[in-house]
Design a protein around this ligand. Sequence first.
Ligand code: HEC
Ligand code: HEC
Length: 600
Amino acid sequence: MKRKCLGLLVLAYTLGICARLPADEPHRSPFAVAVSADQSVCLTANATAGSVSLVDLSTMKVLCELAIGRGPRELIWLDETTALVCLSQEDSVAVVKREGDQLTLIRKTNVGDEPGGIAISNDRRRAFIALGGDDVVAVLDLAKLLSSDDAAKTAIVDRLPVGGIPRTLAVSSDGRWLVTCCAVPCEVFVHDAESLKPVSARKIFDGGFNPGRPAITGDSQLVILPSAVNRAFSVTAGMIDIGWVIDNRLSKLPLPDGEPGDQKQLGLDIRGKAVGDANSVAFSPDGKTLVVTCGGTHELLVIDYATIPWPSGDPGDFLPEALRKDPSRFRRIKLGGRPVDVQFIDRSRVLVANYLSDTLQIVDIEANRVANTIALGSPAEPSDVRRGEIVFYDADRSLHSWFSCHTCHTEGHTSGQVFDTRNDQSYGTPKLIPSLRGVADTGPWTWHGWQTDLKDAMRRSLQESMNTEQPISQDDVESLTAYLTTLQHPENPRSNTVSPALTQGRLLFERKAGCAKCHSGSEFTTPEIFDGAVEDPKDRNKQYNPPTLKGVSTRRRFLHTGKAKSLEQVLTKYHRPQETAGESLDDNELSALIDYLKSL
Ligand code: HEC
Ligand code: HEC
């Protein structure tokens, strides 16, 4: 029976039509939801299952599920029948057609490295796609994308340079501004959505990181963006408690530009009971209510937008008292799981994509409760890996719920921040957060290479980085480690290219520049420990384990201090071949070497 279902799925997949998934169902993990213009149906992007589900919002039933490919992330309806879905791990965008209860995959078109956020112009002639791996926004001609496979190949009409790792996008309702939120460093870029000219690039206050999905006010005047903020103090219980390690905020920026002082922030945390991983915001149709999903603390915040007392200057450490004391202005609704995306259906109801509970939830924000739950499908029992994933995204595992593992190691990668965690047994020596992609294969762990057992290291992370007050069970440690072993590098589009420069770079790496002495084997690291590249005078130990160079092109900060902001800086300023191998390289060789590093 099982085989038949699987066979049917494979057949259906090959034909690009929808079918039921097999009996040993995967987790769906909806990462995004898009409601149709007439509000009758919605479409979800199911990250773990690699599928999209069409859901009838009046009967609350899944009408159809279509296997679509790896890493479905953001999606958008173009009209009543056509939707676009970004496949972040296939570097493509999928065109999906709906006819009644059916979905069909029309085509997938390559758009560039790690497509994430997607938006369309008001005239519906263009799509904008944030390419997290390329640091650009691709502009696509929709007529070409929709017309034929051949025409779709030439649909990209422009690539707008933005900052590091653009993740989310929005177009203002008047159609004038394209807003792109980049992760490392955390910056908001504004382009004229018509002429495509850059208008502004602004940092989110000092220390902003992990920008979520923004919302733009109905009058197209302001962007509201949820993010975490790095407060830069040592990761100790005392500092966490007063919000001086990481806090969670909304930022308000005028469109399209403005003085730094025009930016306002609102702290969302309550002392003793903080808000973890605020990740998505939405306005009610009348613009009066703002909702915020918090993935780490499994809740929805409901805020009376008009009466937010936006502090001028430093927003302080906590939610303003006026809001905290007044449930008509600020409420927290428990949802469970990991809420990640939210949209209003009407004035009093919102639809939430809940990644870890494999559901869509309809939340009545006046009655403060989940009114309906639509199960998208999940296995009967969560596996070890899933239980580990639940721990990883759980801010309740940190003291007073301020942050999760994910806050620092964003989606198993890195938020690009430096933090003074306790592993190195010293204070005042912040370290760059390492990416956890491929981490199971790169022991010993941490910058000094002091952790030789990943499970022990995980117990310490829960204890020392999270400062958890909960008992840590062996199951927590085992499942978290099982989850870490599933974290892989995304495919690198540059790894399959062949060019004389790449060959030259590889030879330099292996021979003249002597890099392979320390960065060797399939993971480009060794278990040994060497003198560091950048010395931090306060470090009790000056020796470091070489980080893996696999996937190095997906990082935007380098070396244990995070001081180097590009591979060029690593190799010309802090970690020069003159010093590591006693060989200097000319500009040509350096650029070939960097090309090669980017292909790993
Ligand atoms: C406050 C930010 C922060 C939090 C929260 C955090 N980490 Fe880390 N993590 C770091 C930093 C910084 C390092 C590097 C420490 C060092 O080298 O001394 C690190 C190192 C690691 C490493 C070693 C990686 C390598 O390649 O050497 C692993 C694995 C890890 N963390 C997993 C986790 C897990 C799992 C959690 C949740 C239980 C977690 N971390 C929570 C900041 C954080
Ligand atoms: C003697 C051993 C050694 C040699 C030789 C060496 N490295 Fe390293 N490499 C390290 C260590 C140790 C670090 C971490 C240093 C630190 O953070 O202070 C590092 C860090 C790096 C980083 C930063 C990676 C990250 O994610 O932060 C890059 C890139 C790098 N090396 C590339 C190279 C290249 C290219 C060469 C050859 C030109 C080379 N290395 C030669 C030991 C070495």
